[in-house]
Design a protein around this ligand. Structure first.
Ligand code: NOJ
Ligand code: CA
Length: 609
């Protein structure tokens, strides 16, 4: 195990939280346009593959774009939609078939677009609706699909609904948000209605002087929670969803969607519940009802996909959101794997056996009616190679390739985050001023400046490993100033200084780069149904460094062997197994179908058996 990931530091936030027409079509993009599934998926005569109903979104490789950091077309230092459109060929060549776009809506950017001011307007910094339409057309022309972020647990406090809501207690929009009177504290002062903490430090309640009541904000003060118990709010959300679906988007990634139903009466969290507030935030009594209504009135009417960000949802609860007989969501992001290195607010060492146990637990808990996601990165987490691989000069490339191999062959829809395909790394942050993220700054004010529960040094050291800005530094396109992200002089967030060696221009030209390996791996997955619908078996759960598993479909079996260590390992396959025919190897070279594999550091191999 890489020593880098075993440092015991602190985490800085509470958020430490077919119809079967053809078998898989031959390329990833063809898979994306295959209309095999949803339109006909409710047919009882649907032909199953290994018990699973085939769907395009089960076969997809999804690529997340954080628009602010992808590509700046006009030199203002901020990524934009035209920038994305100019790089669609790059994504098509990589082979991904669905793009998930982080919020592109009008926003004052308290939380980089996760605070929406107008759900039907494009953020001016990102361009215009015409730019969005051109981007969407470009995506479709290249046989890819687009899902957009749906952020409807909360809006911006600058949304016209909230501007109205806070004006008076009898305003027609008052009940669009969650307002409660304060409590009188023992000393006679006004206190928040309960003890809920915000994910971004401090109380989740904000006093508003105009009406002398508090409003709920699980996230920032500028992100008031919407009141889903109000049927008008639900209709507003369904209407804006139709607006984007009618435009041609293919579905939604739903931000913290389990939080939409609140606990009646807002009782205080007990000390035990306070250890994991999201478990309570995510278990309101009307979640099922609201999601089923959303599915019935919107999602079921389109050939779309839905993936819910499921903070606070345990594996045992996962089927209650994704079982296809319930008609709610298609899939969720469960955080068991990506947060294997965190315990509450603490960053803790992780082991490969823990990670393997998580994937096995998912395999056992989910039935043929459920579908999972596989991801180890996104805009809220550090870079995948820095967290789960070894980002030293020596092992960055093989360990990045190994991680892509794993993500693309485990059970579930595969998600890659922009820059993973280049093996981009965490940023060498030095001071709090290097950060943009509200979570980093609020935590600093709270832990370092106010409560003194962390020293400045320990806090920044932790952020170097866990801070969200690690993944938000701009894409590294080439070796020109600022990595070719912007022609301007000042990107909104500094580009990682390693852009001169790690960049797309260099990697697309290099046949053995992380990018080209990932493209080959995606193409291999696209023509191998076993990686999507096949059974999963971990062959050696206890081995501390080797992850060896099979994916088997209709008698066709693939053996994946991953050496999760920065040392070579001679590995005897369990049960007298012989390796088979080598199909993929992140180093190259073939030692034949032997029973003992001589694996190099971070070597990843796939055999057909
Ligand atoms: C989860 C999003 O992924 C994160 O970036 C955001 O800060 C919170 N939800 C609030 O919207
Ligand atoms: Ca721009």
């Amino acid at each position: 195990m890489s020593l880098k990931i075993s440092r015991n530091t602190f985490f800085n936030s509470v958020l430490a939280t077919c119809l079967f027409l053809t078998p898989l079509v031959s390329t990833a993009q063809e898979a994306a346009t295959s209309q095999s599934s949803a339109a006909v998926s409710n047919s009882s005569s649907a032909k199953l593959i290994n018990g699973y109903e085939p769907k395009w979104w089960k076969e997809a490789v999804v690529y997340q774009i954080y628009p602010r950091s992808f590509s700046d077309s006009n030199g203002d230092g901020i990524g934009d939609l035209k920038g994305i459109t100019s790089h669609l060929d790059y994504l098509q060549k990589l082979g991904v078939n669905v793009i998930w776009l982080s919020p592109h809506y009008d926003s004052p950017n308290a939380d980089n677009g996760y605070d929406i001011r107008d759900y039907r307007k494009v953020m001016a910094e990102f361009g215009t609706m015409a730019d969005f339409d051109a981007m969407l057309a470009g995506i479709k022309q290249r046989h890819m699909r687009l899902i957009v972020d749906l952020v409807v647990n909360h809006s911006s406090d600058e949304h016209k609904w909230f501007v109205e809501s806070r004006k008076s207690k009898d305003n027609p929009y008052r009940n669009y948000y969650i307002w409660r009177p304060g409590k009188t504290g023992p000393d006679g002062t006004m206190q928040p209605p309960n003890n809920y903490p915000s994910a971004f430090s401090g109380s989740a309640w904000q006093f508003d002087p105009t009406t002398k009541e508090y409003y709920l904000h699980i996230f920032a003060v500028k992100q008031p929670d919407l009141n889903w118990d109000n049927s008008k709010v639900r209709e507003e959300v369904f209407s804006l969803m139709r607006f984007w679906l009618d435009k041609g988007v293919d579905g939604f990634r739903m931000d913290v969607i389990p939080l939409i139903s609140k606990q009646p009466g807002f009782p205080d969290l007990t000390p035990e519940q306070m250890r994991n507030p999201f478990a309570i935030y995510a278990s309101g009594p009307h979640l099922t009802e609201y999601l089923q209504q959303m599915n019935r009135e919107v999602l079921s009417k389109y050939d779309d996909m839905s993936v819910g960000e499921a903070a606070g949802i345990t594996l045992a609860q996962e089927p209650s959101l994704v079982d296809d007989r319930r008609h709610e969501l298609n899939e969720i992001f469960n955080f068991d794997a990506i947060r294997v290195n965190r315990e509450g607010r603490k960053f803790v060492p992780w082991t490969l056996t823990q990670l393997k146990a998580i994937y096995t637990a998912h395999d056992k808990a989910l039935t043929k009616h459920d579908w999972d996601t596989v991801f180890l990165s996104n805009h809220d987490n550090p870079r995948v190679v820095s967290s789960f691989g070894d980002d030293s000069d020596k092992f960055r490339v093989p360990s990045a390739k190994l991680l892509e191999t794993m993500i693309l062959t485990l059970r579930g829809t595969a998600y890659l985050y922009q820059g993973d395909e280049l093996g981009m790394t965490n940023y060498p942050f030095k001071t709090i001023n290097d950060f943009n993220d509200i979570e980093a700054h609020n935590g600093y004010n709270d832990e370092v400046l106010t409560r003194h529960s962390s020293t400045e040094e320990a806090y920044i050291e932790n952020l170097r490993h866990m801070g969200r800005d690690n993944s938000r530094t701009p894409m590294q396109w080439d070796s020109s100033p600022n990595g070719g992200f912007t022609a301007g002089s000042k990107p909104w967030l500094a580009v990682n200084p390693n852009y001169e060696t790690i960049n797309a221009a260099q990697e697309t030209a290099d046949p053995v780069s992380v990018y080209n390996y990932t493209a080959r791996m995606i193409a291999f997955r696209a023509k191998t149904p076993a990686f999507v619908y096949g059974d999963y078996k971990d062959l050696d759960p206890q081995h501390p460094h080797i992850f060896a598993y099979t994916r088997t479909l209709n008698g066709e079996s693939y053996l994946v062997v991953l050496n999760f260590s920065s040392d070579p390992v001679d590995y005897e396959l369990p049960g007298g197994l012989k390796a088979g025919k080598l199909m993929m190897d992140d180093y190259g070279g073939d030692e034949g179908s032997t029973g003992t594999l001589h694996l190099k550091a971070w070597e990843a191999r796939i055999y057909q058996q």
